[in-house]
Design a protein around this ligand. Structure first.
Ligand code: SAH
Ligand code: SF4
Length: 382
């Protein structure tokens, strides 16, 4: 397989613990130094070698020379008015710009624990060109390295440790603080399964019990539906959640907004997802962006319910009123959303509506980058 070039340098965060240990041994150091380095980054959350004071100075200097850290630089940061969404535009070592978001959720009926979810980018741009998606309109720029994916999570882990979030549950007097990342969703810029190797490497790094130790069940891979890669994911033995961007009840309609539907039709995709659910015993989430007047009627809900009937309780539909990125698309009103949900429920399909968040800060991924692109164009225009 041809590996596409990545213009940023490899960094320490691309390495697994055994790789760091091997490097230490090859440089005349005891293997335990490797564990010290790994844990400094993933547990103590240091952001530079100079902070690992347990390491000999010579080793710190050698690491700095051979393994750059390339901590992403924050280009802009937006916080929603309620303070529960923090969105970043980050610049990577080669200048590529990506978005990452932290979303804070107090306990609710679906989750008795508060959550701090990081929405991570896996690529700069995206090759799949979904018409409602700001990232899709940029085209593909490059894959991210594992360390560039991991670095986004570590950034917010440091942020939460420095600024623990004091939460209060709505409608009750329960409250508490949360100081760590509890979940990650690969729903930022890019298609994670197009960057399969690097994405899986990043998930395994974050999952490592010797380091960050985030449970695979707290990770969600969201995909446009790359059939061979979903089959492969089912064999990884990693208990991650799978979310499929379906967005239509049939292939003809799907192909209108999602070019990928011309490569793998919906029957093949749904068969693959059913195999995934049976093989892993895990529920599959189907994301459905609601586009007013296009895919949001009661008939569409009925058809969707029928298509998902073979899954029984192994399917969950997450409805997402579209974040309008162009005049072509607008979200349905509350009445249409309720009718859609009730119909799905009648068809026996569990569903929820994604809590709208961060609208005041351009929530859908790619929008902040697009805004930055426009500002740059204006600046450089003759
Ligand atoms: N490429 C992957 C993951 C990144 S997109 C995928 O497509 O699943 C993450 C989610 O945001 C997807 O479900 C995507 O369809 C959705 N999305 C894209 N543009 C959106 C918009 N304008 N409004 C709401 N959701 C959007
Ligand atoms: Fe790419 Fe996902 Fe956007 Fe489609 S929705 S263009 S696959 S990032």
């Amino acid at each position: 397989m041809m590996i596409e070039p990545i213009s940023s340098p490899a960094t320490l965060l691309d390495l697994t613990l055994p790789e760091i240990e091997a490097w230490c041994v090859a440089h005349g150091q005891p293997a335990f130094r490797g564990r010290q380095i790994f844990q400094a980054f993933y547990r103590e959350l240091v952001s530079g070698y100079d902070q690992i004071t347990t390491l000999p100075l010579g080793l710190r200097a050698r690491l700095a020379a051979e393994w750059p850290l390339a901590i992403p630089e924050v280009v802009s940061e937006l916080r929603s008015k309620d303070g529960r969404t923090v969105k970043l535009l980050l610049r990577l070592a080669d200048g590529a710009r990506i978005e990452s978001v932290l979303m804070l959720y107090p306990p609710n009926p679906e989750s008795i624990r508060p959550r701090a979810t990081v929405c991570v980018s896996t690529q700069a741009g995206c090759a799949y060109g979904c018409t409602f998606c700001a990232t899709g309109q940029m085209g593909f720029e490059r894959h991210l390295r594992p360390g560039e994916i991991v670095a986004q999570v570590l950034h917010f882990a440091r942020f939460l440790r420095a600024h623990p979030w004091g939460w209060t549950a709505a409608g009750s007097d329960t409250s508490g603080t949360l100081d760590h990342v509890t979940n990650i969703v690969l729903m930022g810029m890019g298609e994670p399964l197009h960057n399969y190797e690097n994405t899986l490497a990043a998930l395994r790094l974050l999952n490592d019990p010797m380091g960050f130790h985030l449970g695979a069940r707290h990770m969600t891979v969201s995909t446009v539906g790359l059939v061979p890669a979903i089959r492969r994911l089912a064999t990884e033995g990693l208990q991650v959640n799978l979310a499929i961007s379906l967005h239509a009840p049939n292939n003809t309609m799907r192909a209108r907004t999602m070019p990928v539907a011309r490569k793998w039709d919906m029957d093949t995709l749904l068969d693959t997802c059913l195999d995934f659910a049976h093989q892993t015993g895990r529920q599959v989430t189907f994301e459905y962006v609601l586009l007013a007047g296009l895919n949001d009627s009661v008939e569409h809900a009925t058809e969707l319910g029928q298509r998902l009937a073979p899954f029984g309780t192994l399917a969950h539909v997450n409805l997402i009123p579209v974040n309008a990125t162009s005049a072509e698309f607008r979200p349905p009103d509350g009445h249409a959303i309720r009718a859609f949900r009730e119909t799905l429920q009648r068809e026996g399909v569990n569903n929820s509506v994604r809590a709208e968040r961060g609208d005041d800060i351009a929530a859908a991924c790619g929008q902040l980058r697009t805004r930055d692109d426009r500002a740059r164009r204006t600046k450089t225009a003759p």
